[in-house]
Design a protein around this ligand. Structure first.
Ligand SMILES: [Zn+2]
Length: 299
């Protein structure tokens, strides 16, 4: 599943490719991918003739503001991809479900072999909705706050660790506030938006902490170490354009895989030697997910 670094890679590529372009026509082959709208036509009508103003991201959501004031929201789900095609004549990839064609030429395809991804156009909240939201979003930065107010579906997401910095004291407050296992803490989208199974394992290894340690048990030093690991791992992963796992499901706009997988210390390395201590990397099932860690380096 694409996580924050993969979606951020797509965001920065998309902002180079599609900002300023005008959507000429949209085709949808199956209403399932635009299921929040009453029909595919209702979805298309909100997009055709609109110019793309920016490409933003909160957690794993891509937010594309339009000149109408509405925002196109894309979520890749488990296995969605975005693909850029230079001309409408380019043969479609299998499972291309939505095609955005631009007046300046070129297309953007939404490709998804499964049905967890989706696209929808969000219309701004009314003023009452905005007032209610101001109470709950005090930790995110001003820019993200404005976007979230415009998009009601996103107001429950937690802080985005790339868009907004917390102090480590604030981070410590979240950790100590409710005792949960650290992997659950990192993956809870209501606290931190954008981290999934891969990066939670890598962050915990970098911090030297086990997946099942209770968040409330961390010392001040460990709180700082975890926050630093979180920021650094995500930044490194973005620098290397994300991770494509063994299934190579994640691809960038041009169809290229991400390079960060080769730097994974534990994820998908069960049975191999830990690069830090040479003990064997372990794999356990945790809430139906494969979880990787080093018993020696993580306490
Ligand atoms: Zn180790």
């Amino acid at each position: 599943m694409p996580e924050l670094p993969e979606v951020e890679t797509l965001r920065s590529d998309l902002s180079r490719e599609i900002v300023g372009k005008k959507i000429k026509a949209v085709t949808v082959d199956n209403g399932r991918w635009v299921r929040r709208h009453k029909s595919a036509k209702a979805f298309r009508d909100l997009l055709e003739g609109q110019t793309i103003k920016a490409v933003e991201r909160v957690g794993k959501y891509l937010l594309i503001p339009l000149d109408s004031g509405n925002t196109l929201v894309l979520h890749l789900g488990m296995s969605g991809q975005l693909h850029r095609a230079k001309t409408p004549k380019t043969p479609k990839i299998k499972h291309t479900h939505i095609v955005f064609g631009f007046t300046q030429g070129g297309e953007l395809w939404f490709v998804d072999p499964r049905t967890f991804g989706e696209a929808f156009v969000s219309v701004p909240l009314n003023e009452a909705g905005q007032a209610a939201l101001q109470l709950s979003d005090s930790v995110v930065n001003a820019e993200a706050r404005v976007l979230r107010r415009r998009i009601s579906e996103l107001h429950e997401l937690g802080f985005d660790p790339v868009e907004s910095m917390l102090t480590w004291e604030q981070f410590g407050y979240f950790l100590h506030h409710k005792p949960v296992q650290l992997k659950a803490f990192l993956m809870d989208q209501h606290t931190i938006a954008g981290i999934g199974n891969v990066y939670s394992d890598e962050i915990l290894f970098a911090a030297g902490l086990r997946y099942d340690r209770l968040s409330s048990s961390l010392s001040t030093t460990e709180v700082r170490r975890l926050y630093r690991a979180l920021v650094e791992i995500l930044a490194e992963a973005i620098k290397h354009r994300g991770s494509s796992l063994a299934d190579e499901q994640y691809r960038d706009l041009e169809g290229r895989t991400g390079n960060f997988s080769q730097f994974h210390e534990v994820y998908d390395r069960a049975g191999l030697a830990c690069r830090r201590c040479r003990n064997t990397v372990q794999k356990v099932k945790w809430k139906d997910r494969n979880t990787y860690f080093c018993d020696h380096c993580q306490i």
